[in-house]
Design a protein around this ligand. Structure first.
Ligand code: NAP
Length: 319
């Protein structure tokens, strides 16, 4: 049996992606086969497509692209216990072995969860990598607590829009940075104070934060040190040399810490996020929605660094 999928035969810019026939996957014993209704784009997907991580991903082609998915379980492996055929699910495959920009994806049941009942497949496909990154950064690495002062650098992007909402769900006071044109969007997510990073440097305002989450990795711990409380935690999504050094140094010393997130989307976190979505604490901001055959345009939009929320690819019509 064949299916349509996005495949690449070499690393390169968005044009290397081809929408073509390939073999439909079969689930292993611990896997579910998901008929994909929607997938979304994360920067890691196009960084891998470009070959930025080829030391890890290798040079074997053809290969698939994409991590996030939402869809319906079409088959279950012999050892699957948590899902049944027909369940609506969402999740992410390991980005290093991306293959979710496709009509079907086989994935370990531990990497999926039931889809939030109050979201469309397109909205749900936006969630996994970005929202789990926000949750793991703020709760697991940042040790977020009610009443704290939290700053989200890059509050209007994929990770940032979920991070603002996760921080508000934890009853903190949230300052976000973005371009002025996105103030209304970020405020609509509950952000208490919004700054334009182009004209206000949050590290120089004299305000101290318990957590600075650099969702776009544009600053570093040393820049932010003065703006952290004595036990404040800086978390970044990008492993710059400065932050790798800072995380090592601060691990050995009392007081402020620098941490790097390497998000691992998993079913347990996705179930926790599903609960926050269903009680109305988290929603998806969809920047744009593209057809699978138009994945090139979707990747180009994400690569612009201007996406407001998430870039989504719809694979099957939801009606
Ligand atoms: N380590 C991990 O596990 C992990 C997981 C997920 C993502 N990441 C990384 O995290 C980064 C962000 O991911 P994403 O999905 O949020 O990306 P994204 O959606 O593409 O980010 C776009 C946003 O970046 C904002 N931005 C651009 N320059 C900025 C600056 N100088 N200061 C503040 N904001 C700025 C833009 O805001 P305006 O348009 O409002 O200016 C835009 O909303 C990527 O590099 C990604 O690879 C890492």
């Amino acid at each position: 049996m064949t299916m349509k999928a996005i495949l690449i035969d070499r690393h390169g810019d968005a044009d290397v992606m081809q929408y073509r026939d390939t073999e439909k996957p079969s689930p292993k014993a611990n896997e579910i086969l998901v008929q994909v209704y929607a997938t979304s784009v994360n920067p890691v997907d196009w960084k891998i497509r470009q070959g930025d991580l080829q030391a890890v991903t290798g040079l074997s082609f053809p290969r698939g692209v994409g991590s996030d998915f939402a869809g319906i379980v079409a088959e279950v492996g012999a050892k699957v216990t948590r899902f049944r055929i027909g369940d609506a699910v969402y999740g992410a495959v390991n980005p290093l072995m991306g293959r979710a920009h496709a009509e079907y994806v086989a994935v370990s049941e531990s990497q999926a969860a039931l889809k939030p009942s109050n979201m469309s497949f397109a909205e749900a496909a936006a969630v996994p990598v970005a929202a789990v990154t926000a949750l793991q950064s703020l709760r697991d690495l940042g040790d977020i607590k009610s009443g704290q002062q939290v700053l989200i650098n890059g509050a209007s992007g994929g990770v940032g829009t979920y991070a603002v909402q996760v921080a508000k769900a934890m009853d903190t006071h949230v300052t976000g940075t973005c371009s002025r044109e996105n103030f209304e969007l970020v405020e609509s997510l509950g952000c208490d104070r919004v700054l334009d990073y182009r004209d206000t440097d949050f590290t120089k305002e004299g305000i101290k934060y318990d957590i600075i989450f650099d969702a776009v990795g544009k600053r570093n711990f040393w820049d932010c040190q003065e703006a952290l409380t004595p036990n404040g935690i800086y978390v970044s999504t990008l492993p710059s040399l400065e932050d790798v050094a800072a995380s090592t140094v601060t691990l050995l010393l009392p007081g402020q810490k620098a941490k790097l997130v390497l998000a691992q989307p998993n079913g347990q976190n996705l179930t926790e996020i599903k609960t926050l979505i269903e009680v109305g604490k988290i929603r998806s901001i969809v920047d744009s929605n593209h057809a699978l055959s138009d994945a090139i345009a979707a990747h180009r939009r994400s690569e612009s660094h201007r996406a407001k929320g998430k870039v989504v690819i719809s694979v099957l019509s939801e009606t």
